[in-house]
Design a protein around this ligand. Structure first.
Ligand SMILES: Nc1ncnc2c1ncn2[C@@H]1O[C@H](COP(=O)(O)OP(=O)(O)OP(=O)(O)O)[C@@H](O)[C@H]1O
Ligand SMILES: [Mg+2]
Length: 255
């Protein structure tokens, strides 16, 4: 049986999708059979995961509403061990309420995650920002959760709140472990960034914050724009190396 790892944060734009696609690619490079599932109706995984040209755009939303079969929505990527389920047609529409309601009111997501873990070693789930119904449903069926935290001044105010929210959901599932808070977009030498990193480290238990920090790099941005994880496009980049190091740290916990 594989493990389900959710990437979750209360705040938006903190690097969830970047973390999901790069960790998934790094796991697949290690030979783990990996599936990444995008349940965020914004559907950003599609732009960064390294899909083959001309790939279909349907995905989880189309399975959820019964329009597509599971076999149809599992897409190959540039990596043999990495497969992907996109968010699907919901990301082309502005109204996500029906999608949210279906996730909240049915067991389709729960059952999909169960099937996926039977067939894969690792299932990485990219989630929408916040701790709403979709994220609750994901965490009910997950074993691991990682919380990216962007190294920016607002993090000083929001960290305690983020932690409370996560602890509440972790408490609802006895099989779920908070693997750690991941500092993202860290800028070495930048006073504000260094202050946030130091604050988070000093205010949270030591084992709750990963030693690995993800630096902010141009290569990460460029890789996303080019449709690929930075770990594949620019392996020597410091952010790529940090993601590979994180995957190395997590892999033994997942297998
Ligand atoms: N290490 C990094 N270096 C440079 N840019 C980064 C890095 N990590 C993320 N970004 C950029 O920051 C932006 C937000 O990242 P991302 O989309 O991964 O966040 P998110 O938490 O998934 O956002 P949302 O809450 O909207 O889903 C993107 O433009 C992404 O390319
Ligand atoms: Mg995202």
């Amino acid at each position: 049986m594989g493990r389900v790892l959710a990437v979750v944060s209360q705040k938006g734009g903190v690097g969830k999708t970047t973390t999901s696609v790069n960790l998934a690619a790094a796991f697949a490079r290690r030979g783990l059979r990996t599936l990444i599932i995008d349940v965020d109706p914004q559907g950003a995984v599609r732009y960064g995961v390294g899909l083959r040209k001309g790939h279909p755009t349907f995905g989880f939303a189309d399975y959820l509403n019964g329009a597509r079969s599971l076999r149809e929505i599992i897409l190959p990527t540039a990596l043999p061990w990495l497969r992907c389920i996109l968010a699907g047609s919901v990301s082309d529409s502005a109204d996500h309420s029906f999608y949210q309601q279906l996730i909240a009111d049915t067991n389709v997501l729960h059952d999909l995650l169960r099937i996926a873990q039977e067939r894969c070693d690792v299932v990485v789930v990219d989630t929408p920002p916040g701790l709403g119904a979709i994220v609750h449903r994901v965490l009910e069926a997950s074993h691991h959760v990682i919380v990216p935290l962007q190294c920016e001044p607002l993090a000083l105010q929001t960290t305690p709140q983020i932690l409370r929210g996560i602890q509440d959901v972790v408490d609802t599932n006895k099989d779920l472990t908070l693997d750690g808070i991941l500092l993202t977009m860290f800028e070495p030498g930048n006073a504000s960034s260094e202050r946030v990193a130091a604050y988070v480290r000093s205010h949270l238990p030591g084992n709750m914050v990963f030693d690995v920090r993800i630096p902010r790099t141009d290569a990460t941005l460029e890789a996303f724009a080019a449709g690929q994880p930075v770990v594949l496009r620019t392996p020597a980049d410091p952010a790529a190396q940090a993601y590979v190091n994180l995957a190395t740290l997590l892999a033994p916990r997942l297998t």
